[in-house]
Design a protein around this ligand. Structure first.
Ligand code: AVJ
Ligand code: FE
Length: 445
């Protein structure tokens, strides 16, 4: 999986045990508000129970590190692989995806015991350079599941007629305030943000076109789907500096966007008719459902919980288009102008450790290309030239999903800060919208 060679520099290993501990602790901090019932239900096939995320990430460590590399390790429970293997054919049979919500036993407490057991057993392996690539993969994997856990529990709570809040509005989940707030990535003044599609006239990054070097090309961890690095030819284009906002989306709705066939791809038009789609997921009147329950919508905040189909229709309405993943990455790397700095992949509104939260994950609007929402591209999720999945079971991690999905770039308010990078490729099917998905427009120049 990781692109680096097995012989790693000692320095690259520094802090790996601490990053492991932080990641495990963040997962567990996020489920603090949940009871056993909250953690067990599954609201749709695409979403998994919080308890399943807690256990599946642990199964990943137990299987690919402990079972395969810790001599004499015996499984915590030999029935768990059937329950907590996600999709690895090489790892044997598993419960059907849509039945994960039926696993009322083991209980949440038993799953937390499983986590403690594996976290303790793995300590001696963490700083062994022979396992560094797998440990990096395990950390990145658990970070992906942190985001999925947050979006899945949000969906489950949204289906509860009472619309419960996972956290109180604007209250740190760990009140007490003995830890300093993170000030490294201050938000921009919301007053600077645009309120109507007319303002799409200004605020574009211009790229002259030419050969762009795409894909993971530095030291450090990357998923296998980010490489190999290769060249792509770009025509001149421009990429918006801002994400599309809730106010922009209200204007699209008011203009009959969802009733205008000419704006929609054929599959998209059939989908909105079949599913009676008339607004982003979690919208009602002037409100949206959030981790703090139903809240008034901020017109200046980036729109989120839209599908690829809706993003594409909106871009058509504006007379623009979605960027390709290559255009987006070229701008993120600062290739659009001689003096343009690369965008900070750890900047903007992303998920920080719970102890430093000002508020639960919510798009608010921030500078830079990373944060708030994942951004749809018009690039299909396909292998790069010369791509080869890793050997063994972990080769199933990304490569086998390269059909029928679309690439999203950036990072969201639910992405662990530091997880993403310019070459990062998220991917979802075109009708899915329970992730923090949004859009940034592009146009030909
Ligand atoms: C990259 C978010 C599409 O949801 O299957 C988790 C992440 N891969 N475990 C997914 C993932 C393996 C993946 N996405
Ligand atoms: Fe997984």
């Amino acid at each position: 999986m990781p692109a680096a060679s097995p012989a790693r520099d000692e320095r690259e290993n520094a802090g790996i045990a601490a990053r492991f501990a932080d990641t495990r602790a963040l997962t567990e901090a996020l489920v603090q508000p949940l009871g056993d019932a909250d953690a067990t239900i599954q609201s749709m096939d695409d979403a998994s129970p919080a308890k399943w995320h807690l256990a599946h990430t642990t199964w990943f460590w137990e299987t690919f590190l402990l079972r395969d590399h810790a001599p004499g390790y015996t499984l915590f429970d030999e029935k768990f692989p059937f329950l907590f293997n996600s999709y690895y054919e090489a790892e044997g049979d598993r419960i059907a995806r849509g039945r994960r919500g039926l696993v009322t036993r083991p209980s949440l407490d038993e799953v937390l015991d499983y986590r403690r057991h594996v976290t303790a057993a793995i300590q001696p392996l963490l700083e062994d350079p022979r396992h560094a690539e797998l440990v990096e993969l395990g950390i990145a994997h658990e970070q992906q599941h942190i985001e999925l856990l947050l979006t899945d529990i949000k969906h489950a709570f949204s289906k509860n007629p009472l619309g419960p809040a996972m956290w109180d509005d604007n209250v740190s989940p760990r009140a007490g305030g003995d830890l300093p707030q993170t000030e490294r990535h201050a938000e921009t003044d919301p007053g600077l943000r645009r309120g109507s599609p007319h303002a799409f006239e200004d605020g574009w990054y211009s790229h002259p076109g030419g050969i762009a070097r795409i894909g993971h090309q530095a030291d450090g961890f990357a998923f296998d789907n980010e490489g190999p690095a290769h060249r792509v030819l770009l025509e001149p284009f421009a990429l918006s500096k801002q994400l599309v906002t809730n106010a922009d989306w209200d204007a699209f709705i008011a203009d009959g966007g969802y009733e205008t066939a000419s704006l929609w791809l054929s599959d998209a038009w059939a989908w909105i008719a079949r599913c009676n789609i008339r607004a982003p997921l979690y919208w009602r009147d002037g409100e949206q459902f959030t981790h703090t329950g139903w809240q008034e919508r901020d017109p200046n905040a980036p729109v989120t919980h839209i599908s690829y189909y809706e993003a594409d229709a909106f871009a058509s309405w504006v007379g623009a288009r979605l960027p390709t993943e290559f255009e987006w990455e070229a701008v993120a790397r600062g290739q659009h102008a001689d003096d343009a700095p690369a965008h900070d992949p750890a900047g903007g509104n992303q998920l920080d450790p719970v102890s430093s939260w000002a508020a639960p994950p919510m798009p608010r609007g921030s500078d830079g290309l990373f944060g708030d929402c994942w951004q749809f591209t018009r690039s299909g999720y396909l292998p790069y030239p010369r791509f080869k999945p890793a050997e063994g079971a972990v080769g199933e991690y990304n490569g086998k999903f390269m059909s029928g999905q679309w690439v999203l770039k950036g990072a969201s308010c639910a992405t662990v800060r530091g997880h993403s990078r310019a070459s990062y490729r998220n991917f979802f099917y075109p009708q899915q919208r329970w992730q923090f998905t949004g859009l940034r427009l592009a146009k030909d120049a």
